[in-house]
Design a protein around this ligand. Structure first.
Ligand code: SF4
Length: 390
């Protein structure tokens, strides 16, 4: 074979895919370095470079030896999701469209407030739970995001606010796992990504400032306290099983009482006994906004340490639901407050760029076999292996 043909043949050999270190927790990265024949403490150095300094090029990681940098370049990479677009709302809300491997897109939203900046992060492409009032649910389910694709969202936001410059103000102070997807259906990857959010050598967020929100995957919630103690939000949206079965179909599998009991167990296991769950309740006109619903909710939550967040429904194209009226919203809040609950009403933010709660849709490439995927996801949620945080 002529030399040029030989070279061409070599070039067409499939290259071994490099390991993406972006989503590796310190402990997992320690294992990786051990496999390379290196010391475990290199993991802390590399995590600091990637997540504190925003450096993805091994060549620039100057406290690593030249030979280690060379070895890393051969075997590994730090591969980020791709930012397709970034839009700013008139109220300061920022929304990104992010392309992940396989070509689908997810959305991520940043909401600035007086005393904090909250990043709403996605955990899946689409969502299999199909809540009837949710734009994401209407997209169907494609796949779980990897830990790299989840933590990569925080990296992208931090980079866009120059947060890797130590002198720049820290714009992202809180993370809520409330974007596209049900985080507990992607247990391991979400736990790994949250461990980096909390890790002092990475983003160093307080466990009170990282919130996981679930619609009620009870077996996974039962296991969550074994691996993390982040804040918990539970998406209820209805005060009885009959209505919730319609709005949040996973309720047909795990009832409201099972969900509340599981949330209470999680809160009770928290080392700090002042912790409370946040109860998310989206109010829809003439659906779940009556006085009788508010009173039922007050009874349902009586044993759960919680505060209640009322979310006026944000309409999206094709939905049959309407936003709650101001009168019904005030009445609902007053009843709960009268029963002694702390109640907040979520201000609608970013609705001029479709970034308001429940409006995230992204672009899901493959929407087929939703029911099949839904069933297999539920089955695997019941067998979720438990991983221990670093
Ligand atoms: S509300 Fe949450 S759990 Fe329900 S379909 Fe939407 S993203 Fe999924």
């Amino acid at each position: 074979m002529p030399e040029s043909a030989l070279k061409n043949a070599e070039n067409t050999q499939p290259q071994q895919e490099k390991t993406n270190l972006l989503g590796f927790s310190v402990s997992r990265l320690g294992d990786f370095f051990e496999q390379l024949g290196e010391k475990r403490f290199r993991a802390t150095q590399v995590v600091k470079w990637i997540h504190q300094m925003g450096e993805c090029d091994f060549e620039q990681m100057t406290n690593l030896s030249k030979s280690l940098r060379e070895k890393l370049k051969q075997t590994a990479e730090v591969r980020l999701p791709e930012v397709v677009s970034c839009q700013d709302s008139s109220d300061g809300t920022r929304k990104w469209l992010i392309r992940v491997e396989g070509g689908s897109c997810i959305e991520m939203v940043y909401i600035p407030e007086r005393d904090r900046g909250t990043l709403c992060v996605s955990s899946q492409i689409g969502c299999a739970l199909d809540c009837s009032f949710c734009a994401t649910g209407k997209q169907g389910f494609n796949r779980d995001l990897s830990a790299a694709e989840i933590i990569g969202q925080l990296w992208i936001a931090a980079d866009s606010f120059d947060q890797f410059d130590t002198k720049a103000p820290r714009r992202v102070t809180n993370v809520v796992m409330m974007g596209m997807g049900e985080p507990l259906m992607n247990f391991d990857n979400v736990v790994d990504a949250m461990s980096l959010m909390l890790e002092d050598n990475a983003y160093g967020l307080s466990k009170r400032r990282v919130t996981l929100s679930t619609a009620g995957v009870v077996p996974a919630l039962d296991k969550l306290a074994d691996v993390t103690d982040v804040s918990l939000a539970i998406s209820l949206h209805a005060p009885n099983d009959e209505l919730r079965n319609e709005l949040v179909p996973i309720n047909r599998k795990y009832s409201l009482q099972q969900f509340i009991d599981s949330a209470k167990n999680y809160i009770d296991k928290m080392p700090d006994n002042r912790r409370k769950a946040t109860v998310e309740y989206t109010l829809m006109d003439q659906v779940n906004d009556r006085s009788v619903h508010a009173r039922e909710l007050a009874v349902l939550l009586k044993d759960l340490p919680c505060k209640i967040n009322l979310i006026p429904f944000n309409p999206f194209p094709g939905t049959e639901y309407r936003r709650v009226t101001n009168t019904a919203l005030d009445r609902f809040r007053d009843i709960l407050q009268g029963e002694g609950y702390t109640v907040t009403v979520r201000t609608t933010r970013g609705d001029d760029i479709a970034a308001a709660c429940g409006q995230l849709a992204g672009e899901v490439n493959d929407r087929t076999k939703r029911q099949q995927r839904y069933k297999s996801k539920l089955a695997s949620a019941e067998e979720t292996p438990v991983k221990i945080l670093d």
